[in-house]
Design a protein around this ligand. Sequence first.
Ligand code: SAM
Ligand code: SF4
Length: 343
Amino acid sequence: MSASVVPDTRHQVPAPGVGMRDQYGREIRDLRVSLTDRCNLRCVYCMPEAMEFKPRDEILTDDELLLVIRAAAELGVRKIRLTGGEPTVRANIVELTGRIAKVPGIQDLAMTTNGIRLADLARPLAAAGLRRINVSLDSLDPAKFRAITRWGDLGDVLAGLDAAEAAGLHPIKVNAVVVRGFNEDDVAGLARLTLAHDWGVRFIEMMPFGSVAGFQTNAYVPSRETMDRIEAALGPLHPIDVTGYDPARTYRLEGARGTLGFISSVSQPFCAQCGRLRLTAEGRLRPCLLRDDETDLRALLRTGAAYEEIRERFRAAAYRKPWGHGLARGVIPQRRIMSQIGG
Ligand code: SAM
Ligand code: SF4
């Protein structure tokens, strides 16, 4: 279904207390929590090299964050994904992960990371309660990896993936954003990882945000082109059914151990199935990645609002989750870039 066709499903909204659904009947089960807007890399498609970050006192404290997650879990959120910026540069990341893992109701705790610090952190994070990991890796060529990330060393990420496997973080997913002029020739090499590893390698269409939108629109590569390149190099992609909701359309190469996924937010939006909310590092609840509507939970937290009030504001914001994004009509989110939202 196209993101712009809004179904009239209000009659399906269950009574309060039955679990959290939005105004279109979509179940809200998944919260992406940005732990910081800071990063130890400067990927060309994500942020400028001279990026300015928020002052630290504008970022939610550990206790504030835990209170919001507790409210989310009481309302029906079951899955938390820690992200950023780069989540592993947050102070006390292992301790904080352990505290989040213990929030009653949270059944699945995952992280999206650039993998640079994972060789040291995979084992303690797994011991603290992290279950799964997504590692962003856009090229297996060290020079291209450096060009895309500006500062990154490919060896660190590969060591991080080994450590994640050894620590029992499973399943491991490898995410690559395909960027024209940087890595569109590298997709077959990345896809080949699934022949030897039981990993999910996913190719993500680049989305436009605010000040970086010009570059992102010009360097956008549709999933169809990426699939054609992979099939030309490695043979046919066989579609497979995955259980549960997954934004990726999933395939397997002949004889492969792992799977290939294509996340086509621009060319084939999956808004109809989206049950995700995002919490920015400064405590804004953002019901859609690609829409600028936000609710300021930090202001409530810092002006002494009662816990019940915070929980109800969370529920109300979730209920108002927009039906879909407007990229097809040229509506580009302006307020934040991806690293300031939480990818
Ligand atoms: N720093 C971590 C990382 O790179 O995995 C977590 C945050 S990062 C913003 C999350 C994911 O968003 C990464 O896989 C990154 O490649 C992706 N990303 C960043 N900008 C994007 C864009 N404009 N469109 C699509 N994906 C993007
Ligand atoms: Fe940092 Fe992730 Fe953005 Fe790259 S994509 S600059 S690693 S936040």
